[in-house]
Structures are given as C-alpha cells and as structure tokens.
Write a protein of this length. Structure first.
Length: 297
C-alpha cells in the first residue's frame, strides 16, 4: 500500500524507523525488535540508507525481506550521495518490480570531513531534484522527504530553507517526516511556517527517546544542530544510573507524543534505533495500542 493512501485513511498514523544491521548480533537485535513491534500494526516502517550510500545492498535486502515476510508497508530511504541518476534508476526499477512502492528521497550528508555537498557527476543536486526524477520515471511511487523543525545546518537562512522544502513538495513529495526535536514548540511553529509557505502535504514529527548518554552524544552528531532544552538536560543530570537516565528520556518522549496527539498531528514517526522496549513503553503509557486503527469519518 502507498503511504499516501495510509495517511488518507488513518489518523493518526504510527510509523517506525529501523536501520540495516551490519553483523549477525545486530541482525538478531533488529529481528527481535521487529517481532516485538509488529503486533502494534505500524502504519508503515522505514529503512535508512547508510551515510554515503554505504548500506545500499543491506537496505535493499532488508526492505525486500520485511515486505515479503512481515507483510509490512516498507519505505526505503535513498540518498543521492555517490549515486548517479542511472544508479538510482536501477534501484527504483528493482523496487518497482518487487512491489516496493514507497521511497524516502534524501540528498544525504557530505562525507565525513567535507563541509559542503558536491553532487556526483550525472547525479542529483538536492533532494528536490531526486523527487522530480522519481515522479517523472515512476509516477506511481509514493515519495516522502525530510524536514527540519530546528533548521537544516547547511541552510543559508530559515526563509530560504522553506523555499527549498516547497520545491520538494512541488516536485511531487507526498509527505514530510521531520528530524528529531525535543521541544514541541519547534514542531508546531514549523508546521505553521509550512502552512504559510503553502505546503499542504502531511507532516509527521520524528520522535526519539534519549536512552543513554552515549546515544545522546551520537544523536547530536547525526542530527547536527538539534537543541536539548535545559529542562530536559537538568532532569537527565539528576539521574544516577543508566536505568534512571533512560526512564527520564522515555518519559520526556512520552510527554512529547501525548502533546502532539492532543494537538491533532497527522501521525508520529518513532526513531527506534532498532530497539523495541522504549517504543513499547511509550505505547503502553499512552494506550496507543487501540488508537492506531483506521480513521472512521
Ligand atoms: C526523516 C529523515 C530521514 C533521514 N534518513 C537518512 C538516511 O537514511 N541516510 C542518510 O544518509 N541521511 C538521512 N537523513 C539525513 C539527510 O540526508 C541530511 O540531513 C542531509 O544533509 C539533507 O538531506 P535532505 O534530503 O533534507 O536534503 P535537501 O532537501 O536537498 O536539503 C539539503 C540542504 O540544501 C539546501 N537546499 C536544497 N535545495 C537547494 C537549492 N536549490 N539551492 C540551494 N540550497 C538548497 C537545503 O535548504 C538544505 O540546507 C535523514 C534525515 C531525516 C530528517
């Protein structure tokens, strides 16, 4: 099923992001998480693409396997890094032939050490360019794109960034999933700015619970520019062991989701980091197991 159809039918949607495992142990952890989370009947799941296109085959194999064996609606991330238009075309053709109809089109980050993005020869200059290509060659594919409530670190300014987001939507993007954020005001403000810019597609907030000091450091590298509110940092600093640290982080994320749902968001996208227990905890605290059913109009 296309994510755009799911977004029209279900309100709110709940979706999960996973990344392709790199070894047998990580693989076991991922499939265990999927076994635990599949009964929640996620609206769809997304599979990331390693920085620099490093997991191209791993991503493709995982996408195909999840769709085939778990009957999940799976979205494959694709980035423009180190990929020509021909490369992307052949990946899309393979997906299309195997009924993988949902793509998340991303430009990708410059390689480690580089500060600016340099397009590959015969590649894409930005995500909008890639969205236009996908919609032109495979009009029946559903395409999601990334959004940044706190701003993308490379943007010249926030006004211009909105113009670039609009370009992605005008090129055919069907929905937006946001970068993680820890203050819902940033999301609500972003949503309003999108409305002012004439962006009408669904915007799904990305939520990630902080569960350890290490993961907090890692995510601030991955989502450069992400802001940790002082209130959250103070609460985390009061904890004395890993277990309580995770409890504070999950509690914060739970409150974020509660507030987002109260404010009628179209859906919530969980960054699972291939772990099930924190997402399950949020579901149970908020009674979400019963509300992710088809929307009755
Ligand atoms: C939900 C989500 C999922 C992600 N998944 C992955 C993943 O699987 N793998 C991965 O490697 N990375 C992933 N990323 C990270 C993403 O690749 C980086 O943030 C990357 O730096 C930007 O990608 P983009 O698609 O947003 O790029 P773009 O939308 O192309 O924007 C990139 C920058 O260029 C600017 N820009 C856009 N168009 C123009 C233009 N015409 N002229 C001048 N400037 C322009 C934008 O304002 C922005 O600053 C993800 C991010 C999010 C939010």
């Amino acid at each position: 099923m296309l994510v755009s159809e799911i977004l029209n039918k279900n309100r709110p949607t709940f979706s999960f992001e996973f990344f392709p495992p790199k070894n047998a142990e990580a693989s076991e952890e991922l499939y265990q998480s999927i076994r635990m989370l599949a009964p929640l009947e996620p609206s769809f799941v997304t599979i990331t693409y390693g920085a620099g296109g490093t997991t191209r085959e791993l991503t493709r194999d995982l996408v195909m396997r999840l769709q085939r064996d778990n009957q999940l609606t799976v979205v494959s991330h694709l980035t423009a890094i180190n990929a020509t238009k021909d490369d992307i075309y052949s990946i899309l053709q393979k997906y299309h032939d195997n009924n993988v109809m949902n793509i998340m089109a991303l430009r990708g980050d410059p390689p480690r050490g580089a500060t600016t993005f340099v397009p590959c020869e015969n590649g894409f200059c930005n995500a909008a360019d890639m969205v236009g290509f996908i919609k032109n060659k495979f009009p029946d594919l559903c395409v999601g794109v990334a959004g940044y409530p706190e701003g993308h670190p490379e943007s010249r300014n926030r006004l211009v960034e909105m113009d670039h987001l609009k370009e992605k939507v005008d090129a055919g993007a069907d929905y937006i999933i946001t970068q993680l954020f820890f203050d819902n005001h940033d999301f609500f403000d972003y949503k309003e700015r999108c409305e002012l810019a004439g962006i009408r597609v669904p915007i799904l907030p990305g939520i990630l619970p902080i569960t350890s000091h290490k993961s907090m450091m890692r995510m601030s590298d991955l989502a450069a520019g992400v802001r940790f509110p002082a209130r959250l940092l103070k609460a985390l600093s009061r904890t004395e062991d890993d277990e309580t640290f995770a409890r504070v982080g999950v509690h914060w994320a739970t409150q974020q989701v509660l507030d987002l749902l109260h404010n009628d968001v179209r859906g919530v996208h969980f960054y699972t980091f291939n772990k099930s227990r924190y997402t399950l905890s949020i579901y149970d605290s908020l009674g979400l197991r019963t509300i992710s059913k088809p929307f009755q109009s």
